[in-house]
Structure formats: C-alpha cells, structure tokens
Write a protein that binds this ligand. Structure first.
Ligand SMILES: [Zn+2]
Length: 691
C-alpha cells in the first residue's frame, strides 16, 4: 500500500490501475479477450492502413488494421497490444495453476500454495456458502473498539491484513541515504482511486461521488445493514474520506520527491501525533519502536491527528468496517459483493460492460499474491535463457547511445555531463526474473479458505516488508512479477527492470530484424533509462540518493526545455472537456521522447556497422520506416471513453495515441523517413527536445 505512493511503478512503461478487492492490479490484466490465435509480430505490415497518410495521423496509419481485427471486448476497459500479450500469459499461467491445483503428493511446497490458492479462489460454491463468516472475527474486533486509545492496535492489525484505513506504513530506502532502509509513513484511507476524485468541481466528478456513496451503501446493505442505516453510514465514510483527501497531496505534487521527503524518527513523529499512540501502533505492527522514519505527508498526518479526536468513535468504526469489506469484496467474498465491486470500479468508473471470467481474475490474484512462486514456474517453461542475453545486449547498445548523446548535448555544461555519465554508467540492468527467488515457506495457504488466504498473504507480505527496516538494501528484489507485461526504472536503486513477461512478441522477437526490435523494445529500454534523467529521476544521484548534482544553470535549462513538453501535452483534449495534465505526465512524456531517440541512435549505429542497406524494402517499407512503424504498433489500443477520462485525469502516462503521434511530431528524423511536408500534422514546427 505504502509502496503505491513511492513505488517505482510510477516510472513504469504503462498504466497501472487500482482495483478494489484485488489490491493493485495492472489494468491490462482486467481483460477477457479470446485466446490469441494469430502470430504476434513486432513489425506487422498487415496492420497498416494505406488509406491514411502517415504524415497526417501515424497512429491510425500504423494501427487501423489492428483496430479492425480487435474490437474492444465487452469485459474490457481497454485492449491493446500489451493486453494481447497479457492474454497469452494469462493462458500460460492458467495452465500452470490448473495443473498445480490438483492435490498430488508430488507438488513442491510452492506448487501446493499457488495451486490451493487458485482452487480456493475458483471455488465460488464455498465462497458463497461461507458468506461473511471469514470476516466475522475482524468485524467483531471493530465492534469492540470503544475508545480511540484502542485504535492504534486495531489499525495495526487491519493494516497487516491489507485494509487501507487512514494511512500506510512500510519500509523504503531513505531518500537521503539509499543504502539505508527506514520506515515510511504515507497518506491513504481512500476508496475512490485518488484524492482529486473528492475535490474536482465538475458535474461528472460530482456524479461519480454520488455513485461512490451509493456503492458504499450497497456494500453495507449486502453486509446486513438496513437501508436507512447503510445510507447514513455511507455518508459517514464519504465525509471522513473527503477530509483525508483534502489533506493529501495531489498526484502531480507527489511526483516531486522533495514533497514526500520529511525525515524524522519514530519518537519525533509520535510527538506530532498526540491523539494517536504511535508507540502502541508500532508495537502492535511489530515494527521498530525507534529509528529513522519519513513522514511523507505531514499535512495529512496533522489532519489525521485531529480527525481521530473530533470524530465520534462509532463513525470511526463505520469507516473501518467499510474498508474491511472493501478490501475483501473481490474474489474472497460471495458473488453479490464481487459483482457490486465490479459494478462500481470497472463498469461505472471505467466503462467495462461485462465482468471478466473468474479464472482470469484468480490468475491475476495469484500473480499478485505469490508472483515469484508462480513466476518461477512460468520462467522455466516460457522464458528461454537466450532471451535474457539478447535483451541485455540490446540494453548495452542503448546505454552506449546515451553516453554518446550526452557528449553532443548543446545545452548541458561539461560539469553536469560528467555527473550524468557517472549516473548512466552506474545503472544496473535487471532482466527477466530475480537471481534469488522469494521464500514463501512461512506462508500457509489453506484449500477452501479464499478470505483467510488473502489475510495470511497480506500478513506475510507486511511482515516481510517491515523486516527490511534497519537492514542493508537488497537491490536484487523486484517490484513486478516475472510474468508481468511491463517494465520499470527504480530511481532509488538506479536500475532498470524488464520482466520476462514483456520480453517477447509483439514487443521483441528473435525472428525479426533490428529495425523492428529497436523501434519497439529498444524504445522501451530507452524509456526506462531516460526515467533516470526525467524531472523526477534526475533529482537522484548515481547511488539513488535524493541529491542535486546539477549546476543551477543546467537545471534552469532542463526546466525550460521540459516546460515545452508540459505545454504541449496540456493542450491535448483527451475527452471532451478533459485535457491531459502536462505536469502529471511530464516524466513519462520525457521518457517516451528520450527513449525513442536513444533507440533510434543505437539502431542507426548498429545498422551502419552491419552495412544494412537503408534503401531495401520489406513489405514496401525501408528499415527506417519499419523502425517507426514498429514503435507505433506497440501502442495500438482501444480504450473506452470512461477509462480514457480516468486515465487523462489520474494517470501519469498519456493515452497511447499521444504516446505515438505527439512523440513522433517532436522528431524531425521521423518526418524525414516519410518525407512529410513541414506543414503536415505529424510535424511540430517547434519541436520540444530535452534528451
Ligand atoms: Zn515510464
């Protein structure tokens, strides 16, 4: 939970949505298309629409064929090439899980865990029959809360079982000293996707708030409350969450790590919270009672401290009860809860028309809960060792391209260049899967106990996370599971991470040439690398410390150049009345543009060294043209207007159409490859450029 706020997912390649009841889940997993029957290709000439002028709309030119072939399925909020591969991975994981869910003495301990958890998740008869029974002890604990003195211990327990009430506490690297792991305290406690849902003043947002209150009421009724009582309770939840939201930083504010860095220690933080015994909380959480800490959002904690005394205890109980039900309302509770949960989060907020199949949701659940137990089998079966070496080779050429590119930057001083190069040379490349697999031996998974398993998994993960405080940082750990179709850069560890799930067609193929592979996966490698030098990443040094290594003048020049992109994306209206947020998306936009540029440079070098004939055509396109088409085709995506709205308002990644066209408009090299006129739509007369 806390990791959401500081998570390197924010630096990842594609969007990550927050799905209630199943914790954090990538949006591209919430899909249910038929199995992929055709061969996935990196450069696919059959997807091109020749009736569209590439200089007019390159995205449509490259993707229209794909759009025709892939109508958006009813149970999806968006469907793109990432989903296409995720679908394939889902089927592979299903195969593993179905095999391991058959009780057999030959199963390894990890196979027993993932198999029995899958069987429990799929067993709707038992889940329905048990009803709220598995949550009864937890509901009782909440009912027994009689005074705020008992709140810290109760909250520590609820946090351990994955209930996102009020705030989050976990371990993280110290911003000032990346070699130290300390405790981080972060804002939390909301049921809507993020704080601006509570504060936006437009009519649509007001409607969404009403729909949210209706959803909370419905869940309370499903839990046995009468309608009038449930309505009052839903209002209570909304009132408390609105206070918390107003005291929280916006997503844009959170993008500046300086806003999240407030070093303190546990004892001093306790003094800031006189109405809430932090000592009792950390004791119950089995977290260190002393030592360095970071209060990520002091204004939020000040509000929390006030809230716990001026809110009657029965209202706090109501709020906690809601968050308990909310946390378990996915596959762990009867289908009536599951359905209502889907109805609000997937249908109302994001436009899905049908719930995805349960097997797929259970597969995602196991991947999220025990991703390395499942991922280990996945890697053995579906990730040949040669792929790891190929990706590594490609990464090295792109790092070399950046090294060369730094030499040629006309706006950066020699002093800053030296530091930038040091940082670049220190980047660690992590490819495929961890060298050391996570040890799940102390986690107990019981067949037929979906809710209990969810609690134990959370408690296991929480204990594991808190045990890291005070110990040396382990840079070998991964924040994404091996089957994940995504990638990320971690600024505090200065490493790039490419999970095995991503390193395959349609993003990379050993059967296709460099033009295609560099345009596609090469641009992603460049993207993650550039995150180390975007508006957030550049604030961290080569060791991952939040320390300014820029001269004042260079910093100003960087900001001026970045401002060009802020304005460029601010001007884009994604859905009627909703513009993109240039500041929120700045890091991703910088990474997209810089990443593609680096891939281009690396590929040109390689092509020249190999004497590639730049005039020879394949399927009618030159190598240069295929490089750009492969780049565009990775972003072919259909998105529902509801999800597009959510994405434009809350996601640091711009919608895929702009990740294609807007980026290419800034690259004159693209226009040259297609002989676009200066006045063409795909040519920005004043292109933005940072890296
Ligand atoms: Zn990114």
């Amino acid at each position: 939970m806390l990791r959401q706020a500081v998570s390197p997912y924010r630096y990842s390649l594609i969007l990550v949505a927050f799905t209630a009841g199943l914790m954090v889940m990538p949006a591209f997993c919430q899909t249910a298309a038929p199995a992929v029957a055709h061969e996935l290709r990196v450069f696919d000439a059959t997807l091109i629409d020749n009736t569209v002028d590439p200089c007019d709309n390159f995205y449509r030119f490259s993707c229209n064929g794909w759009f025709k072939r892939n109508p958006l399925p009813a149970d999806q909020t968006s469907y793109g090439r990432f989903t296409e591969l995720a679908e394939l991975n889902h089927l592979r994981l299903k195969q593993i899980l179905e095999e391991t869910s058959t009780p057999a003495a030959s199963r390894t301990p990890n196979e027993q865990k993932i198999g029995d958890e899958y069987a429990s998740c799929m067993d709707t008869a038992t889940v329905n029959k048990l009803g709220l029974k598995p949550l009864k002890p937890e509901l009782k604990r909440i009912t027994r809360l009689k005074s705020r003195k008992d709140l810290p211990a109760l909250l520590a327990h609820l946090h351990a079982i994955g209930v996102n009430a009020f705030f989050g506490m976990g371990s993280n690297q110290d911003y000032a000293d990346s070699s130290a792991v300390i405790s981080f305290y972060g804002a939390g406690g909301l049921g809507l996707p993020e704080r601006d849902y509570y504060t936006r003043s437009d009519a649509k947002s007001a409607e969404q708030r009403q729909q949210y209150v209706a959803h909370v009421k419905k869940i309370f009724m499903l839990a046995g409350e009468r309608e009038a009582r449930a309505a009052l309770d839903a209002d209570t939840v909304m009132a408390i969450e609105t206070r918390l939201a107003k005291a929280s930083l916006t997503m844009t504010e959170q993008r500046d790590p300086q806003n999240l860095n407030h070093p303190t220690d546990v004892a001093s933080l306790a003094k800031e919270l006189p109405n809430f015994s932090l000592a009792a909380y950390v004791a119950s959480a089995h977290a260190p009672a002393a030592g360095k800490a970071n209060d990520m959002e002091p204004r939020f904690f000040a509000e929390f401290n006030t809230l716990v005394v001026d809110t009657p205890i029965d209202k706090i109980r109501t709020y906690l009860r809601w968050h308990l039900l909310h946390a378990y309302a996915g596959t762990s509770l009867p289908e009536s809860f599951d359905q209502e949960n889907w109805n609000f989060y997937a249908h109302t907020l994001n436009g899905a028309q049908r719930q995805q199949d349960r097997w797929k949701r259970c597969t995602s659940r196991i991947d999220h809960e025990m991703g390395e137990a499942l991922g280990q089998v996945y890697v053995e079966r579906f990730f040949p060792p040669a792929e790891k070496q190929r990706t590594l080779d490609m990464t090295l050429t792109i790092e070399q391209a950046m090294d060369k590119d730094l030499d040629g930057l006309d706006w950066m001083s020699a002093a800053t260049k030296v530091m930038a190069k040091e940082k670049l040379h220190s980047v660690m490349n992590k490819i495929g899967y961890p060298d050391k697999w996570r040890d799940y031996s102390t986690l107990a998974i019981m067949r037929g106990d979906a809710a209990g398993n969810q609690m134990r998994v959370h408690a296991f993960n929480q204990a594991r996370d808190l045990a890291k405080i005070g110990k040396p940082v382990d840079k070998g750990e991964w924040d994404m599971s091996p089957p994940t179709v995504n990638a990320y850069y971690d600024p505090q560890q200065n490493n790039v991470n490419f999970p095995a799930g991503y390193l395959q067609p349609p993003f990379f193929s050993g059967k296709e040439d460099d033009a295609a592979n560099y345009g596609d996966m090469g641009s992603t490698i460049g993207h993650e690398l550039t995150h180390g030098f975007d508006d957030e990443g550049r604030q961290f040094d080569k060791e991952g410390n939040l320390r300014n290594w820029w001269t004042k003048e260079d910093e100003q020049k960087f900001n001026d150049r970045a401002e060009c992109m802020v304005k460029q994306y601010d001007a884009i209206e994604a859905v009627p009345g909703v513009h993109l947020n240039g500041k929120l998306t700045l890091g991703e936009n910088l990474a997209d543009l810089g990443g593609l540029w680096l891939a281009w440079l690396a590929w040109l070098d390689k092509a020249h060294a190999a004497n590639v004939d730049m005039t020879a055509t394949t399927a009618g396109y030159t190598p240069e043209q295929r490089f750009w088409i492969a780049y565009a085709q990775q972003w072919c995506t259909q998105t529902r207007p509801e999800q597009l709205r959510t994405q434009a308002q809350s996601n640091p990644h711009a919608p895929d159409e702009y990740r294609t066209n807007t980026v290419l408009q800034d690259l004159p090299e693209f226009a040259k490859s297609f002989q676009c006129k200066k006045t063409a739509a795909m040519v920005n007369p004043k292109p933005c450029r940072v890296w």
